[in-house]
Design a protein around this ligand. Structure first.
Ligand SMILES: Cc1cc2nc3c(=O)[nH]c(=O)nc-3n(C[C@H](O)[C@H](O)[C@H](O)COP(=O)(O)O)c2cc1C
Length: 161
């Protein structure tokens, strides 16, 4: 595409029951249609038990060196960012020079029920590592207009240029 920078994008998600992953798969399709190269990778913990909010041991730790664009996706847990994504982001060496989009999925219908806080935590971790967050999004799973929320978030997160 003329005048559009083609990026190597990594979509890095934590998803326990599949909601966040579904959004990631749709985002991947959209980015591919925009001719970006895209890889979707999952962050996983050894113990995905919900009560294990401390001492998270990561099982799958995607390496981000190859990407110049990133999208991080995760669920909201206990009005906060999923502890697994938090543990993953905090162990990253650097995000210097990377363009980053972030999104969360949450069950409750309104973003003030944990979504805003989780996004704030994600942004803070990314910026602390030198990353540039260009866009964020929240999908409220039980909202009656969930589908249009997803579409909005996807539109925002493909704007790498
Ligand atoms: C332990 C736990 C805590 C949760 N806390 C919240 C919450 O504070 N606010 C909310 O809206 N949803 C909460 N949820 C619901 C998830 O955020 C929601 O179902 C999300 O879309 C799951 O994403 P996933 O399918 O990718 O794992 C919680 C779910 C679990 C299992």
């Amino acid at each position: 595409m003329k005048g559009v920078l083609i990026m190597k994008v990594g979509i890095i998600v934590h998803s326990h029951t599949g909601n966040t992953l579904t959004v990631a798969q749709r985002l991947k399709e959209k980015l591919l249609a925009g001719e970006h190269s895209v890889i979707l990778e999952q962050v996983m913990a050894v113990n995905e038990d919900h009560s294990a909010a401390v001492n998270i041991e990561l099982k799958s730790i995607p390496d981000l060196n190859a990407y110049d664009g990133l999208v991080f996706g995760a669920p909201v847990r206990g009005l906060s960012l999923s502890p697994v994504m938090k543990a993953y982001l905090s162990q990253l060496p650097s995000l210097e020079g990377k363009k980053i989009g972030c999104y969360v999925t949450q069950y409750f219908p309104y973003p003030w029920m944990g979504g805003y806080r989780a996004i704030k935590q994600m942004r803070k971790e990314c910026e602390a590592k030198g990353g540039k967050v260009f866009e964020t999004g929240i999908v409220n799973w039980s909202h009656k207009e969930r589908e249009s929320r997803i579409t909005d978030v996807l539109e925002k997160l493909i704007r790498f240029n």
